[in-house]
Write a protein that binds this ligand. Structure first.
Ligand code: MG
Length: 245
């Protein structure tokens, strides 16, 4: 079984600033904050971002976490509807192709809180593809999120989980680093818009400009070439299924 953990923002979708807009709204509503501070968001967790934003206002996120999150999650669907967000190129086709392969299981590895991740995936109508995940509700360090995603996959797939066939797909150097922390291979994709990040310096196993080339992704991660060796691929699948039984 090949297990693939996808980052959300900058990898599968661009939400056009919907998350920050919702955060800004709730900060204003709860604390009268007119303008929230500027903080780095790429490759970080919701918990880390919010701790920093709260600190800038001399507030404790821990103290207000549950009320803040409830308000954030109820605002997010509306800001997603208002912002110019989009599914990134090729994502729908890639997820559909991977779903058709019974040797592939897909999960989420995101800095978003779990509920925010679900809302975003539902908004872009790709929630059905993912069976497990790691989220940024309580972790500040993305490596902890990666560990959560990996154990969620292990738990969900049980004996079918093969650690040597674990992949992370992400758009920042943090995604690459957290993949290495769980001994995962990495596909990096340059659709994120992280500032001054050179993904190639962080040495992902595979680097794509976008996820638009489904065949190239399948070949690199699943080990299949779609055009020339369909027969080999289906034979391998059958052999694999025999082993599984
Ligand atoms: Mg990202």
């Amino acid at each position: 079984m090949i297990t693939i953990l996808f980052d959300i923002d900058g990898t599968l979708v661009r939400s056009g600033g919907a998350g920050m807009l919702a955060i800004e709204h709730v900060m204003k509503q709860m604390f009268g904050v007119r303008e929230i501070g500027k903080v780095e968001v790429h490759g970080r967790t919701d918990n880390g971002i919010l701790e920093e934003l709260f600190e800038l206002e001399s507030l404790s996120f821990d103290e207000h976490r549950s009320e803040f999150n409830e308000r954030y999650w109820s605002k997010l669907p509306e800001t997603l509807g208002r912002c110019p967000g989009t599914l990134l190129p090729g994502v729908k086709e890639l997820l559909a192709a991977l779903q058709r392969d019974e040797n592939v299981a897909m999960g989420i590895l995101t800095g978003n809180s779990k509920r925010a991740a679900e809302i975003k995936l539902q908004h872009f109508e790709i929630d059905e593809y993912f069976e497990f995940g790691g989220y940024g509700d309580i972790h500040t360090n993305r490596n902890d999120v990666a560990a959560m995603a990996r154990s969620s996959a292990e738990h969900c797939l049980a004996q079918a989980f093969e650690p040597e066939h674990l992949w992370v797909v992400g758009d920042t150097v943090n995604d690459i680093a957290c993949a290495r922390s769980i001994a995962s291979k990495v596909v990096a994709v340059e659709t994120g818009g992280g500032l001054n990040e050179k993904l190639s310096d962080a040495q992902p196993d595979v680097l794509f400009p976008t996820l638009a080339d489904t065949a190239a992704f399948l070949e690199a991660v699943v080990g299949k070439t779609t055009s020339t060796s369909m027969e080999t691929a289906s034979t391998r699948t059958k052999d694999h299924n025999k082993r599984m039984r």
